[in-house]
Write a protein that binds this ligand. Sequence first.
Ligand SMILES: Cc1cc2nc3c(=O)[nH]c(=O)nc-3n(C[C@H](O)[C@H](O)[C@H](O)COP(=O)(O)OP(=O)(O)OC[C@H]3O[C@@H](n4cnc5c(N)ncnc54)[C@H](O)[C@@H]3O)c2cc1C
Length: 365
Amino acid sequence: MTTDKRVVVVGGGVLGVSTAAHLRRDGADVVLVTEGELADGASGRSLAWLNSAGSRSAAYHALRVAGIDRYRTLFAADPGRDWLRFDGGLHWATGSTVAERHRAEIAHGYESHLLTPAEAADREPGITAEAVAGPAVHNPGEGWVSLPHLIEHLAAELTGRIVTGAGRAHVVVEGGRATGVVTDGGRRFDADVVVLACGAATSAVVAELGVHIPDASPPAMLVLTEPAGQRVKSVLNTPRVALRPHPGGALALDHSWYEDRISETADGEFAIDESVVKELVAEAAALLAGDVELTAASWKLGRKPVPGDGEPVFGELAEVPGCFVGFTHSGATLGLIAGELLSHEIRTGARHPMLEPFRPDRFRP
Ligand SMILES: Cc1cc2nc3c(=O)[nH]c(=O)nc-3n(C[C@H](O)[C@H](O)[C@H](O)COP(=O)(O)OP(=O)(O)OC[C@H]3O[C@@H](n4cnc5c(N)ncnc54)[C@H](O)[C@@H]3O)c2cc1C
């Protein structure tokens, strides 16, 4: 089914680009408008572990599993891509939470195995068993993606339809519905439907429309190491560092323990002491088998998009017909499925049942 709807998507992260690419596949007349460059927000500094690990609502789990499924389809089309891999995940923690997590995962059919440290190091020869503090959960179905690579891949379907460096865009409302966007520079894009995929800025953008979507986006950092000749293939979630391989033989690292050591200036710039970066890299190096020397090549800071209640926000604003929102944490895992389902809703005018629990109007007073 095709549609002749004109759609403006605001935001050049994974949610915006995926939604625009799916709309284009569905035949819509799409333009993507973004403030700066593609992937310059959270999508350019994401660990992007593809998972539904741990416990959560059945609806959210189902959406994430569908998200992983779409990545598997993309992977199967070309298993040689170095920016999308499915080599499993390993998790360990201090205390008794590991066994509980394993039980919760088993209960909803998520493949999960409880391993001893020696078994974990057997599964993942890139790590040393001594670094594994107690039992570990192995989730063989998990993977990771490099979002800038995915965005470049999807953007190839949008040639001539992407406007970067547009400055901030604002929704235009006329006759009680969204009719397009206007940028700070005064450029106007008319549309039948507007999609806001503005990451951590989403709450501020909808506030201009008098719509309240609470924001809980914390500061975060992703470190990329120099290529290191290490052999890790899985995504590792450990008490002091989370890491995954990165194209070119590097590692991507993050965690939350240093969150309160990230400072923000009045003009919205983020900073961290380099000693924290070094400490995170040392935590990663301590996990690795063999004599691997790790050094940081770069680190990026900014907010990680998280809606106020921690659940995704997808769908049309009840207050502003014609204006859709996509705002979520775990936006790497949900990137493909969210774009597909939002495009489906815009194309058909029918609400998709999988998005029903995640509507923006749950925050209306
Ligand atoms: C350190 C870190 C680790 C993460 N780990 C994982 C993980 O392991 N698994 C997982 O699934 N997810 C993870 N995430 C979350 C995931 O990366 C994000 O949810 C996802 O990238 C968000 O994509 P987005 O398109 O919504 O937002 P963004 O990538 O932030 O893109 C928003 C875009 O909108 C633009 N924009 C904003 N306002 C306007 C405006 N008014 N006009 C024009 N343009 C505008 C911005 O410039 C930006 O380009 C992580 C995130 C971080 C930061």
